[in-house]
Design a protein around this ligand. Structure first.
Ligand code: ATP
Ligand code: MG
Length: 201
């Protein structure tokens, strides 16, 4: 059976933390392919400013180019309205009913998972693989809450990279270096398209 890992995110922009998270999960759990699903219009980021989905998707494509085990999906970018993970998992299951789905996330995302829309659908369709993210701890209470919601969670030990998209955006706005925090191709894209610059008055 084909094992597919799903790495969902805003990817504004994609950085080494995302790539390492996906790769460590793939390696630890015998995943055949990791699909990076770029969020279109995520519920939890309503009203927040984001780079256009087309730019975020292009950066993910550039970041994973050359890795045969990684692929990018624009399914959520193309979907109208607010996008939800449960709908995406249903679509994937529909397209390949025999695929074994794992949703890969960092600890920050795991701590909110029980409250995602149609959490029961997510729990039924995918196993959760969590890669520890610096600054977020999963306690007994949180574990119990996830178990009650029906989630099958595997936590993997992997090197931690304390990188966030927020930090990358802020550094670009301040004219500081993001080299080695993002792949070179992503850095070039940000420069070419003049993304994340502070608006001049
Ligand atoms: P922002 O700072 O804008 O919130 P982010 O860096 O958190 O961006 P997202 O696109 O929100 O990136 O995250 C997508 C997924 O990647 C989430 O599941 C998140 O937990 C995970 N993730 C992001 N950065 C890391 C990291 N450094 N280590 C492990 N997981 C990460
Ligand atoms: Mg985040």
């Amino acid at each position: 059976m084909r094992s597919v890992g799903i790495m969902g995110g805003t990817f504004d922009p994609v950085h080494m933390g995302h790539l390492a998270c996906a790769e460590m999960a793939r390696d630890a759990c015998g995943i055949d392919e990791v699909l990076f699903i770029v969020a279109g219009n995520p519920n939890f980021k309503q009203g927040m400013q984001m780079a256009p989905a087309s730019e975020r998707f292009a950066m993910v494509q550039a970041a994973i180019a050359g890795n045969d085990a990684f692929a990018a999906s624009d399914a959520e970018v193309r979907r109208e309205g607010v996008t939800y993970t449960a709908d995406t998992l249903l679509e994937l299951k529909d397209a390949d009913p025999t695929a074994e789905l794992s949703f890969i996330m960092g600890t920050d995302a795991l701590l909110t998972l029980h409250a995602w829309k149609d959490a029961d659908v997510i729990a039924r369709l995918a196993r959760i693989i969590c890669v520890s993210r610096p600054g977020y701890a999963l306690g007994d209470r949180e574990r119990a809450r996830l178990a009650r919601a029906g989630f099958d969670v595997t936590i993997i030990e992997a090197p931690l990279l304390d990188i966030s998209s927020s930090e990358v955006r802020q550094r670009v706005a301040e004219g500081r270096s993001i080299r080695y925090l993002v792949p070179d191709a992503v850095r070039a894209h940000i420069q070419d398209r003049r993304l994340y610059r502070r608006e001049e008055a």
